[in-house]
Design a protein around this ligand. Structure first.
Ligand SMILES: *Cc1c(COP(=O)(O)O)cnc(C)c1O
Length: 347
């Protein structure tokens, strides 16, 4: 009934595995088959999301050109700019919603890196159009699919070359592991990613893969619950007097709403919202009783944090809070937010 946890680094010749760094283990394979199946491609599991991302950047020749989103995971922005400062490649940042600029990038760049919906502003990129444009060109098109999860979106089916998941987030789902996975749409790319893992030694842990497979068994239930609650909370936050602005693609007022409806099976369980200033944001986090004041998202427990408190995120509004909705009772979550925010909610 369960995937065996195989704590092995080496296997006797003659079977399907040999030395694990190159050939993997049955526990890693179980996670790769599972997520590969969900994303519709061939997967390689890594020690973290960033390890999977580095394996993709590792495919690039020296002097490559890279397009990354203006709103996106800070680790990718930092990796891209660090490599640029060392003379490895050159980077352009494009507005996530500027489809024409992305289409152009598929003609001029070696790597087009998309994140949709993006983190933390939940901007949806027009994956359909951009992937279709890239098909005629020699660029590697990658979508970080962590926020959407493979249940809400399958980038490979839209034409992406690689989809990335930080397994640490929704797939694991319990804040008890670090893991990442890259899913390729083609055999040669899959082999190249395996090689990158082998050479970097960015191998996943046996326990982490076991826990991720176990976590994934409830992914659909957790996501259904948390995104259902997120839709309710986003609507209620909109009419809270202390809330200046709410970013949630499920809201009709969100600029990406129409595209999100077309492209995603669900709007997800991450909501960003703005309060007056950094002090108000910090005091809201400090007053929480049920929601945890912590970073990350995609776990069973709800978390809230001020994004501009992070290095590299100073460009965001000082009062921007990111809420990751977990699977707790929706009424209790709203009560907690309402008591932590200043002022009295109107509903
Ligand atoms: C967390 C995250 C990553 C990095 O994953 P780690 O497992 O922390 O290395 C990459 N992309 C997105 C969108 C993330 O949220």
């Amino acid at each position: 009934m369960n995937t065996p946890l195989v704590p092995a680094s080496n296997f006797v010749f003659g079977g399907s595995h040999a030395y694990a760094r190159g050939g993997g283990t049955p526990t890693w394979s179980a996670l790769e088959h599972l997520v590969g199946g969900l994303e519709g491609g061939q997967a390689v599991a890594f020690s973290s999301g960033m390890a999977a991302i580095c394996a993709v950047f590792d495919q690039l020749p020296v002097g490559a050109t890279i397009a990354i989103p203006r709103d996106g995971y800070q680790g990718v922005t930092s990796l891209a700019h660090t490599g640029q400062s060392r003379g490895r490649w050159s980077v352009t940042e494009l507005a996530n919603e500027d489809t024409a600029a992305w289409v152009k990038a598929t003609r001029t760049c070696n790597l087009v890196w998309l994140e949709s919906p993006s983190n933390p502003l939940l901007v949806v990129a027009d994956l359909h159009t951009i992937c279709a444009a890239s098909r005629n060109h020699d660029c590697l098109l990658v979508v970080d699919n962590t926020l959407a999860t493979p249940l809400n979106q399958q980038p490979l089916a839209l034409g992406a070359d690689i989809s990335i998941q930080s397994v640490t987030k929704f797939i694991g789902g319990h804040s008890d592991l670090l893991g990442g996975i890259a899913i390729a749409n083609d055999h040669a790319l899959h082999q190249n990613l395996l090689k990158a893992r082998e050479l970097a030694g960015a191998t996943p842990g046996a326990l982490e893969c076991y826990l991720a497979v176990r976590g994934a068994r409830t992914l659909a239930l957790r996501l259904e619950r948390s995104q259902g609650t997120a839709a309710q909370l986003a609507a209620r936050l909109t009419s809270h007097p202390a809330v200046v602005r709410v970013y949630y693609p499920g809201l009709r007022a969100h600029p990406s709403h129409a595209l999100a409806r077309e492209q995603l099976a669900g709007f997800g369980s991450v909501i960003s919202f703005e309060v007056a200033d950094a002090d108000t944001a910090d005091s809201t986090c400090e007053k929480l009783a049920l929601i945890r004041h912590a970073t990350s998202f995609g776990a069973v427990e709800s978390t809230l944090e001020r994004r501009s408190a992070h290095a590299g995120q100073e460009h965001l509004a000082p009062g921007l809070l990111r809420l990751s909705v977990g699977i707790e009772d929706p009424r209790e979550l709203w009560q907690d937010l309402a008591q932590a925010l200043p002022g009295t909610p109107t509903q």
